[in-house]
Design a protein around this ligand. Structure first.
Ligand code: GLN
Length: 228
């Protein structure tokens, strides 16, 4: 597990270097999308690691950088990063209606760490807006300075047992609404939750090579020859 961390170093730095949205404006915008392709929000954070994971599962993805990119998406990943920075982007263009539409259309949505914070109804520490697509309350950076990043095994009976999980300046889910299923826990606390088509993990399933969380979210999009 520790050895695997060396491989995920660049992804971790994409999460931790939160102040700088990077040079994405200079990069070529990938236009290879179609209705079978999952949008990966690529404003900031470790979106590339999610694309790699989806690709190993045989699922096409593309980088979403404008609200209109979500229009034909088969699903959406909101990656880890810095939720405050991502909100600045959200407020600079009509992202909110585009995200609400995608959720209302029943498309699978997976938010990881900062992505889970974005999806939540209530956000604390400090108080921040949430999309409210998932009826949970979260506290940001809630594991404290000493252990703000760690690798753990979470209990995920719904996914066949223990699941390796990387926590990086992770939030804690402090409230779970009535319609929300808890799918994994760490020391008895929820870390993976789902409400209808919206799934959120406070950890980074894209960084361990274990595809179970992505499969749970996007399993219906795996080409038949691979899922058989
Ligand atoms: N601490 C970040 C936030 O509050 C989340 C960190 C992460 O996505 N790994 O937005």
């Amino acid at each position: 597990m520790i050895a695997e961390l060396a491989v995920i170093g660049p992804s971790i730095s994409a999460i931790i270097n939160h102040g700088d949205p990077g040079d994405w404006r200079k990069r070529k915008i990938v236009a290879e999308r179609d209705t079978e392709s999952v949008a990966v929000l690529a404003l900031q954070g470790d979106f590339e690691a999610h694309r790699r994971m989806l690709s190993t599962m045989g699922i096409d993805s593309f980088e979403a950088r404008r609200p209109e990119d979500l229009q034909d998406a088969a699903g959406l990943v909101l990656p880890g990063g810095e939720s405050t920075t991502i909100w600045k982007f959200f407020e600079s263009a009509p992202w909110e209606p585009a995200l609400q539409r995608l959720a209302a259309a029943g498309r699978p949505i997976l938010g990881t760490c900062a992505g889970a914070i974005l999806l939540a109804r209530d956000v604390a520490n400090p108080v921040q807006k949430g999309l409210g697509l998932l009826d949970i309350g979260v506290e940001r950076n809630a594991y404290g300075r000493q252990v703000d990043s760690f690798i753990g095994e979470v209990e995920a009976p719904a996914l066949g047992g223990e699941l390796p999980a990387v926590f990086i300046r992770a939030p804690r889910i402090r409230r779970v609404g009535g319609g929300v299923e808890v799918l994994a826990t760490l020391s008895g606390e929820p870390v993976l939750v789902r409400e209808r088509n919206v799934l959120a993990a406070t950890f980074h399933p894209e960084l361990t090579g274990d595809p179970r969380v992505h499969r749970l979210a996007f399993g219906e999009l795996i080409p038949r020859r691979q899922s058989a």
